[in-house]
Design a protein around this ligand. Structure first.
Ligand SMILES: NC(=O)c1ccc[n+]([C@@H]2O[C@H](COP(=O)([O-])OP(=O)(O)OC[C@H]3O[C@@H](n4cnc5c(N)ncnc54)[C@H](O)[C@@H]3O)[C@@H](O)[C@H]2O)c1
Length: 328
């Protein structure tokens, strides 16, 4: 690893740094005094998400696709690059698997070369349609390997496998976070995910689409809470690798969420039932006991606080040209 002569700032690489979570993470790391390298191919992320960071002396932006190797000198790597919403990851499923698997191989190879600590943004989707509720980290999941979600779910599972094999075989310092539904400003307005869907529909006065009977549950973590968890995980002792669940354990039914959005936006929208898509999980709630014990982390921002901030973001409208470039 190249010796640094002038700066003692931690040099941190964030792949997928121009995305929803990545942009908040870059901001937090800069505020913490890190030197941040944001790498993104702008598939679903946008320059507008990080426009306010460009010009800060310790922020650097690089257009790069993680399916190709990257040679940079860094101390820590947060690997977030991967489309996260079904309409985005199903647009080019082969590329999605490549992003998770080839991307993991490339960033792990980089971490090995420069002896960096590396964190993987994994997902609750590794549990598939769970038969255990809530899901502890020890649960191996219930995933359909050939379904429409498999490119994402199995890609992320394989990335976890690679992280743990690099840990065992090459003694890399790894961290694996299994992220549950996260929401907040800079989510994509048209990503088909439940929070953004409802908010956008309510603001337009359109009916809110509830799939099935709306009795399926989800838990929603505000992005600032999640970023705090990721930073704490990266700073945790080397013998703590995870996987560790990160999410807000407070459960809401989809119907309750729809009603809350209508109430907070003051919309006249009605609720409209639609057929349940295939492989849609019925329940999703994190068991965060491990994160509480090892990281002293518990989400603090309730839906009643985070939802209005998200609604404000959508009310102001995304800057021109911020529609995800799914037709690249
Ligand atoms: N948002 C959630 O609720 C959630 C839940 C579980 C896991 N995650 C994980 O967190 C990470 C960030 O998710 P997000 O919600 O911010 O999604 P996002 O789509 O906003 O961000 C992903 C970023 O990765 C970039 N990207 C995609 N493919 C790339 C490639 N091949 N090379 C370089 N950059 C690439 C995109 O352009 C985008 O900026 C993802 O890995 C996702 O799987 C998110």
């Amino acid at each position: 690893m190249t010796q640094r002569v002038y700066s003692t700032r931690r040099r941190v690489l964030v792949t997928g740094g121009a995305g929803f979570i990545g942009s908040h993470l870059c901001e937090r790391l800069l505020d913490d005094g890190c030197d941040v390298l944001c790498v993104d191919n702008f598939f679903t992320g946008t320059k507008d998400n990080i426009a306010h960071l460009v010009g800060r002396p310790h922020f650097e932006l690089m257009r790069h696709d993680v399916t190709f190797p990257l040679y940079v000198e860094v101390d820590e790597i947060y690997n977030l690059a991967c489309p996260a919403a079904p309409i985005h990851y199903q647009y080019d499923p082969v590329q999605t698997t490549k992003t998770s698997v080839h991307g993991a191989i490339n960033v792990l190879g980089l971490a090995k070369r420069v002896k960096a600590k590396i964190l993987q943004a994994s997902t609750s989707e590794v549990y598939g349609d769970p038969q255990v509720h809530p899901q502890p980290e020890a649960y191996w999941g219930h995933v359909n390997p050939i379904g429409l979600r498999a490119c994402y779910d199995e890609g992320k599972r394989c990335a976890e496998t690679l992280f743990f094999d690099y840990y065992r075989q090459h003694k890399l310092r790894i961290k694996v976070a299994r992220i549950f539904n996260t929401y907040g400003p800079r989510m994509h307005p048209n990503d088909g995910r439940v929070v953004s869907n409802f908010v956008v529909q309510a603001l337009k006065g359109e009916p809110l689409s509830v799939y099935g009977d709306g009795g399926q549950t989800r838990s929603f973590c505000y992005v600032d809470d999640l970023v705090e968890g990721l930073v704490r995980l990266m700073a945790s002792p080397d013998d703590f690798t995870g996987p560790v669940n990160m999410g807000n354990p407070v459960e809401f039914t989809i119907l309750e969420l729809a009603q809350k959005v209508v109430e907070l936006t003051g919309s006249k929208s009605k609720i409209e039932r639609k057929p349940l898509p295939s492989d849609d999980p019925k329940q999703r709630q994190p068991d965060i006991a491990l994160a509480q014990e090892k990281l002293g982390w518990t989400p603090k921002i309730a839906l009643a606080e985070g939802l209005p901030k998200t609604i404000d973001y959508f009310r102001q409208g995304r800057p021109e040209g911020q529609t995800p470039s799914v037709h690249r």
